[in-house]
Design a protein around this ligand. Sequence first.
Ligand SMILES: [Fe+2]
Ligand SMILES: [Fe+2]
Length: 341
Amino acid sequence: MAKRTTLAREMEFPPATEQPNVFPLSWRKGTEKMEEIWTASQREVWDPALLSWDTFDPESYTWEEREAIAYWWTLLSVFDASAPPVFAGALIKTYEVHEEDAVRRCFFSVTRDEQNHEQMCGMAITRLLGWDDPLTYEPKTELGELAQRNAKWLYFNGGRYWEGYKQAVPKYSLAVLFSSFLMGEIAAATIFHQMAEGAREPVFEEAFTHIGRDEGRHMAICMSLMERDYPQLDVSDRELITKQIRAGYLFLSAVLYEPPADFWDLPADFVDVQRRCEAVARDAGFHIPDVDAKRENWRQAILNLKAVLDTYDIPFPAIPEVGVTGQEVNDIDLEDIIPVF
Ligand SMILES: [Fe+2]
Ligand SMILES: [Fe+2]
């Protein structure tokens, strides 16, 4: 049995707590912008359960349409369902490193937002399929069959980064960890805005409006962190950031553009099946930007990030897929990914 400590009988005050410990007992003010973002997140909080679900009738769609639209939500959920644990990990880190009070709150808000996104995916999928799990659902059509096989491969690939992420969190600073975050958030904010605009179902329009707004705030959090920390960046961190950006591109392309074949381990007809699902969903009034619009959206987000990194002299990786030149980065593995969305 462990010996009971009796320090309190021997000393008037306890010894100093070894630092950094898991939590600060202070509410240090710092970046004003973070305070503004937190206030906005409180004002803009939403509940996916309270959207106008009563106007949504899955039975007004054919089974093929239902499965195609559910496929898109499943694709999104491969990213958004992993985001709550990812950001919960980052939130703990903000306490461990005794971040500013407002930074801790901002990471808390991202964790909450991402869980809303994940819940929204679940609610849409469950109603569309009449089943709460797209991987064990029994497909009703040939396209539904293929879509499910695609989903299984996405899920397999998406699960491969978690161990790497857990190892990366204690090793790197927040600014390095979330360097590719900005690019994903810029592109996500745009794509959700487009999807809200084109949506025929009120419930989807509402959801995409909220999700797009949330991603815009996440983008601002990332930007403030960069503006605060990049001017003091260690030289060795620069190389890592360049690599992270390339990794972020490869990873997020699966949802924001199309998955690069040399990185994602997918069946040969994966993209073809995805395009077929998207075409059916689009015809059913579920707006998804076409491949050219996605590429342009992605390119703009990348150029935006490049402009930010240029101001801090951080070399940008080459992304020839969307016509962006820069430093060659090869050797990227799914294990290197720091997933953020
Ligand atoms: Fe999200
Ligand atoms: Fe996000």
